[in-house]
Every structure is written in C-alpha cells, then in structure tokens.
Design a protein around this ligand. Structure first.
Ligand SMILES: *Cc1c(COP(=O)(O)O)cnc(C)c1O
Length: 397
C-alpha cells in the first residue's frame, strides 16, 4: 500500500446506460461543508428536496423522498414494503430489470406471475389483461416504464388503469424515465414508484427517489407482518423523512450526496420538465439521423423508442468490445454494451440528462464513424455528423 496515492479519475464523456455526465454545478454542490443530519439547516434542505421530487414525479404524495442507496434499493423498498408472505404479484417482463422484480417478489415470500414480453417491445396490455383475469388473487402489478436493457417504453397509464380495474396496486420503475420522458404519477394513478439519481437526473449514483400514494401508504401502515428489511422499512423511515418538527434518527443520511441531488433537481426545475423532455427528443433525433446515415439500425421501433437510451444493432462481423475500447481509449467516450440477452447484439448509447447535448451527439457520431472506418467496416464515411447537423440546423431555424 506504500504506492497508494490520491485517485484522479480520467475525464470521460458518459454515453452509456448510466451514470451519465454530471454537471459541474452538481459536483460543486457535493463539495460543500458537511453538516449534521439533524441540523435545522439540513432539515430545511430535506423538506425542499421533497417538493423538488414531487415536481419531478408530478405528484402530491407526501411520502416522497430519496432512499439512501442506489436505484436497486428503491426497487427493493417498493416490493419489501408492499408485499407480505403469501401475496401474489404480477410482474411484466420485457428486459433485464423485470427479471429483478421477480427476484424481489420471491424474496418477499410472495408468488410472482410473469407476463413475458419480447425484449425490445413494450409490455403487452392484452397479456397483462389475461394474467389479471386468470389471477384474481393478485394484489399488485409491477412493470418497468423505461427498459434500460433494450430502450423500449411501456404504456404506464394504460397498465395502471388495467391494474386498478382489478384492484391491484402498481409498482413502476422509472430509473431511466424520470427527467427524460413524461412521468406523471398522479395523473396516471401509480401507487409506488422508484428512480435513480444517475440517469436522466444526471447526479452521482447512490440515491433512489421514491414516492408512494396514500393507498400504498395505508397498505404499509396496516401490514400484518413486519417488513423483512429493517433499513428499508418505511414505517421506520417515515419518522425520519416525514414532515414536522420531530425527526427521529434512523440512519445517517448521505449528506453531501443529498446536496448533489438537491442541485440536480433544482436544475431540472429551472429548465422545466417539458423543456427537458424536448431536449432529450431533439438530441435523439440528431443521433438517429447520424446512426441511420452510417447505415446502422435501431433495435426498438420509433413509436415506443426511448430518446435517452438508444439500442443500436451492431453490424455483422464487427468486434463489439474492440469498438468500445477504441472509443474509450481514443475518445474518452463510454457507450454501453448489450445487457443479458442483448449482449454482443447492440450498443446502448445513452443520451441521459446532462449527456443529452449537441457536443456529445457529434462527438459520438464522429468517433463511431472514425473507429468503424479504421476497422474496415463498410459505412457511409462522413455522413453521420452531416446528417445530425441537418437536424440541428432545422431546429435552429
Ligand atoms: C439502472 C437501473 C436500475 C438500477 O439502478 P442502480 O442505481 O444501478 O441500482 C433499475 N432499473 C432500471 C430500469 C435501471 O435502468
């Protein structure tokens, strides 16, 4: 250990499935002085954070706060609190993250009914309706709004409507959707939702915003059994994050990380949700024009394709890992590999949060163009950046 010294990470451009580029304003916020987590100034910041999160989620739910752990812990918080042993939950799977939901259901001692959908496509409403008919004992429907493993968006509003018709609560994963495409918790009637700090919110990883409807909070308060996880038990956490003067110690909040999330949410509110969604759309269109000009294709159909997560089919015969390592070493650019069943088949180009900008799009297209040409792949050399610029030019005029 005598050779260990301070760690200075390389400066990268992050265009994978998360983390995304963190705005310097957020990094500066992280470096502000640490204060006590029961300091009145900190509590004031926590209350403000709740309102900023309510805006991001478009909800009035009082039970809205960031779990002190990454997106996966947000997922676990929802399942662990809403399910009890013996319950049945319907899990819609159309990619990697639905599989993790199944794991969560089963580890709560509940039974999962899987609604399997083709990867790269949205959740089928017909299949969900059939599962709800066949399983009147189900209490809950869980689904991923924006599947990061494929880049497909599911119809959250219709899924929630179907679930409600069958008296089921809903759990929605918005880790990749929040801040990138419309997420409207109250309008859609979602009961439990979780997200992550490092995708379209462009904060550092490690925090999971969650929100629960009054109906969900009631279910949690009236549980027959204790939540199996002490740390994630919302009956205990509510005493810490709940509004009001007496805030009981539960765990030490990740104080500086919360400064960062507060700044990220403030920036989202300053920009405005509609403007943020429009920005993600614009840069997706520019990237798409460039990718298609090179002669490459997208995995997911345009109608339900996520602008913030672009799965591009790897051309036949191209060495996936070699391309990504060229991009990283020669251009300091990170793009994502395929996950699960998509490994080796697609690249996942993220345009999340602060990463959704013109400079990144043009860098990515130019770098891909150069790397693929240098490897002898037949693409239309030089066409990508020009095609993206046409989109930007039209936008500016
Ligand atoms: C990234 C991601 C998660 C997990 O978040 P972590 O912060 O990595 O734990 C869960 N669901 C989806 C859809 C994601 O994209």
């Amino acid at each position: 250990m005598t050779t260990a010294k301070s760690f200075y990470p390389p400066q990268r451009t992050l265009m994978g499935p998360g983390p995304s580029d963190v705005n310097p304003r957020i990094l500066q916020a992280l470096a502000r002085p640490t204060i006590g987590h029961l300091d009145p100034a900190f509590i004031g910041m926590m209350n403000e954070m709740k309102h900023l999160l309510q805006y991001a989620f478009q909800t009035d739910n009082p039970l809205t706060f960031p779990v002190s752990a990454p997106g996966s812990a947000g997922m676990e918080t929802c399942f662990a609190n809403l399910l009890e042993p013996g319950d049945t939950a319907i899990v819609c799977q159309n990619g990697v993250f639905g599989g993790r939901m199944k794991e969560n259901v089963e580890r709560c001692g509940a039974t999962s009914v899987m609604v399997e959908n083709e990867w790269g496509r949205p959740v089928s409403l017909d299949k969900l309706a059939d599962a709800l008919e066949a399983h009147p004992e189900a209490r809950l429907v869980a689904f991923v709004h924006a599947e990061t493993s494929t880049g497909a968006r599911s119809d959250a509003e219709s899924i929630a409507k179907l679930a409600r018709k069958h008296d089921c609560l809903t759990i929605m994963d918005t880790v990749t959707s929040l801040g990138g495409i419309p997420v409207k918790i109250d309008e859609w009637g979602i009961d439990a939702v979780y997200s992550g700090s490092q995708k379209c919110l462009s904060c550092t990883p490690g925090l999971a915003p969650v929100s629960f409807s009054e109906k969900a909070a009631e279910v949690i308060r009236n549980r027959k059994s204790k939540v199996q996880s002490w740390f994630l038990d919302l009956n205990l956490v509510m005493g810490y994050w709940g509004e009001g003067s007496k805030r009981a110690y539960h765990h030490t909040a990740p104080i500086n990380a919360l400064y960062g999330l507060h700044e990220a949410l403030l920036m989202l509110r300053e920009e405005g949700l509609e403007a943020a969604w429009a920005r993600h759309r614009l840069h997706h269109h520019a990237l798409k024009a460039g990718i298609e000009a090179m002669g490459m294709n997208f995995l997911v159909e345009e109608t339900y394709r996520l602008p913030q997560l672009n799965s591009v089919t790897i051309p036949a015969g191209v060495d996936d890992a070699a391309v990504r390592s060229h991009l990283l070493n020669d251009y300091q650019l990170e793009i994502g590999a395929g996950l699960g069943a998509m490994a080796g088949r697609v690249w996942r180009i993220g345009l999340m949060g602060h990463s959704a900008n013109k400079k990144n799009v043009l860098l990515c297209l130019g770098a891909l163009d150069n790397v693929l040409c240098s490897m002898g792949v037949e693409i239309n050399q030089g066409a990508a950046v020009a095609a993206a610029n046409v989109i930007y030019h039209n936008e500016e005029n």
